[in-house]
Write a protein that binds this ligand. Structure first.
Ligand SMILES: Nc1ncnc2c1ncn2[C@@H]1O[C@H](COP(=O)(O)OP(=O)(O)OP(=O)(O)O)[C@@H](O)[C@H]1O
Ligand SMILES: [Mg+2]
Length: 323
């Protein structure tokens, strides 16, 4: 069970910046840092909570939860397609196979939902019936399931991701046709597996985003993170029908409350320095991450908090890489 006292005790024992001695940092993402050593690569999942393209807070145990979530889903889907996971020498670390990542975000949606400019529901409400090359039927309601999950890719770019059809991906040469076929097939199968497992655990896997890459032999390999609460939307299955019938939003894994607090207390788009997030909110978010991990996987989250987190990871890296 997620333990509020342990979270409280570790509110400051979080991983925001990383600097591991003896390892070369080659990339700093919004949430994960990538390191290189002896021609091997690994991700360090930090506790950074990002929104508005900046860091709002550091949430205890979040990096570990996300990393272990991906580990779980890589194991659960490895019969469908090979993935980049090599080892998890620490709760926050994943040693992975470096790949050439295809410049496409492979989005799969089981339900018509969303609130942002790129969401399927917002487009549908405006009358769009062709979404990323997929024809949508008439008279769908918000948060209703599609007959079949649909693939709605976007380009992967620094500026902003742009919707694109499967046809256009191949035509523009973003992914060669043969490999794209494999990606499509794998993405839908992984999503179906995700939905089946989530359902058994009392959740609906609503939509998600995958990244694929190719290895030196040209094989398509599943990369990045899989079915984490940061890359996916989850709803509570038991109350979904009732909420839909009542015209209410489904119960979800929600981190919107933290974004809202910032919107109400500062201008997160423009202020040079943000106020610190209140402890109670950070604690609540940590609780929710651990809780959904345990419920979805039926695994106990073994929070390790005996050492300062950066020291613990350094120690485990040194053991694994023999340095
Ligand atoms: N096996 C892999 N080989 C190489 N790069 C990978 C692999 N798996 C994931 N990546 C890349 O590593 C980065 C992960 O970092 P993170 O998700 O924190 O960054 P991000 O800010 O989301 O980055 P981006 O904006 O590029 O997606 C992403 O750029 C992702 O495409
Ligand atoms: Mg990412």
């Amino acid at each position: 069970m997620a333990d509020r006292n342990l979270i409280k005790k570790n509110l400051k024992n979080t991983l925001t910046e990383t600097n591991f001695k003896g390892y070369k940092r080659v990339y700093k993402g919004k949430v994960r840092d990538v390191y290189e050593v002896k021609s091997q690569r690994f991700f360090v999942a930090t506790d950074r909570q990002s929104a508005f393209d900046r860091i709002l807070a550091s949430v205890p145990f979040k990096g570990a939860v996300l990393n272990l979530f991906s580990k779980f889903w890589f194991e659960q889907t490895k019969d469908i397609i090979a993935n980049h996971m090599i080892a998890v020498p620490d709760a926050n670390v994943m040693v992975m196979k470096p790949l050439k990542i295809f410049p496409v975000e492979v989005v799969v949606r089981g339900y018509l939902t969303g609130t942002t400019g790129t969401s399927a529901w917002v487009a549908y409400e405006k009358g769009e019936r062709l979404f990323c090359g997929v024809k949508l039927p008439e008279r769908l309601k918000k948060n209703q399931a599609f007959d079949h999950p649909i693939l709605t890719p976007t380009t992967k770019s620094d500026a902003h991701d742009e919707k694109i059809s499967a046809e256009e991906i191949v035509k523009r040469g973003l992914v060669p046709e043969q490999q794209w076929k494999k990606i499509e097939e794998a993405a839908l199968k992984i999503f179906a597996r995700g939905q089946a497992i989530a359902k058994k655990q009392g959740y609906i896997l609503v939509d998600t985003k995958y990244e694929f890459g190719e290895d030196e032999k040209g094989n398509v390999v599943l990369a990045d993170e899989v079915h984490t609460p940061d890359s996916s939307r989850y709803w509570v299955a038991a109350t979904y029908e009732k909420q839909l019938a009542a015209g209410q939003e489904p119960e979800n894994f929600d981190k919107e409350f933290l974004r809202l607090w910032f919107k109400n207390h500062c201008d997160p788009y423009n202020d040079p320095v943000l106020p610190p997030a209140p402890d109670e909110l950070v604690e609540e978010l940590a609780f929710r991450y651990i809780d959904i991990y345990e419920k979805l996987t039926s695994l106990a989250f073994n929070a390790q908090a005996d050492l300062p987190i950066h020291d613990r990871i350094q120690k485990n890296l040194n053991i694994y890489f023999n340095t």
